[in-house]
Design a protein around this ligand. Sequence first.
Ligand SMILES: *Cc1c(COP(=O)(O)O)cnc(C)c1O
Length: 424
Amino acid sequence: MKYFDSKYFHYKDSELYCENVPVKKIVDIYGTPAYIYSKNFFKDRFLEFDDAFKKVKHKIFFASKSNFNLNVIKIFSDLGAGIDVNSSGELYRALKAGVNPKNILLTGVGKTKDEIILGLENNVLLIKAESLQEVILINKLASKLGKKADVALRVNPDVDAKTHPYISTGLAENKFGIDSSSALDIFIECSKLPNINMCGIDMHIGSQITTVEPFVEAVIKMSELTKKIISAGINIKHFDIGGGMGVIYNDEKPFTPKELADVLVPIFMGINCDIFFEPGRYLTANGGILATEVLYTKQNKKKNFVVVDAAMTDMLRPSIYKAYHHIQPIQLKNQQDIKADIVGPVCESGDFLAKDREVENVEAGDFLAVMSAGAYGMVMSSNYNARRRAPEIIVDGSDFYITRSRENFEHLLYDEKIISQLHK
Ligand SMILES: *Cc1c(COP(=O)(O)O)cnc(C)c1O
């Protein structure tokens, strides 16, 4: 069986701990499935990234779509991060977490009118537009509100991030941004709009990128373009390279922030802009686990199955990306490994957490941890099969706090009711 072991999630006397707290102690109180996060992982990870780029004027915007728990947003914000929001809902969450709108970037390939208005009314730092039509709409809405909107344009640098096709975003065939060949003309056109202040250029080439080359290639292209835009008289102040920095789920060997800085800082030195980053997964993935209980085990002629109480509704990544997460016991029993499919209770064959996985021979009543679940875990959860969403607990040293309880049955109904006229 392969283990994930770090300073933040580690074994002591065969017990899995999150920081100084045995995970079993938390699940005994809050049940399973449950998301458990390490505050000090988030903190150390942010500080490491921030430190790596200290030679250039920069700001890190935490991509809250990876984990939009209010306290997680606040942990990063209190450390000095800005927040990248991808919808009005995420903007609402960031504001509720107490984030100053001047530290918020509003992103999104298909922002609605209402979302743009909310961004303008709250005076977010930048609206990152993805098409000429969108900038024209922002101009119109800003003019109605009597404002001048600070806008960045997302350019598609057409580089291959060599990642999963669903999370690759910087190829010409992807839906994101504007084409780099027409970018200069579009910037010039946008800069003529009276209620628009074109002040940023932005890219985001994909997610879970483990080598520096795609970043180098894209940043070189974008810095050349930026110089041309500035020469055309447009005052670009912010150069945003997006997120996508990869992490270890299994045996990946991603670059460190320092290694990324070593190759990018010299390029950044050639442009006179603040450098923005938007990491999500890098800051959160390895800082969380999903704890689950084994309900049943069974064998058929071909396979062993371990049926657990967490499902694709709690953790969708294995189902949609065939993503790998280590799955390991919360209490090691030093038994022989078996090879098994680890599956959830939802009525779908796609409801699995792992296939043909070597795992310690567990039995009903044992607890397992799905590792590296801090990014794109809880945020992708759903109520399919009318399942109630899991609670989220944050550990800080020897203390732990429930930040969001398990949903109750009333949450499942919201304001849904029987309409008597429909049943006459
Ligand atoms: C998803 C996304 C991010 C964060 O991506 P990670 O791979 O989690 O770092 C950053 N910026 C934009 C525009 C995104 O869509």
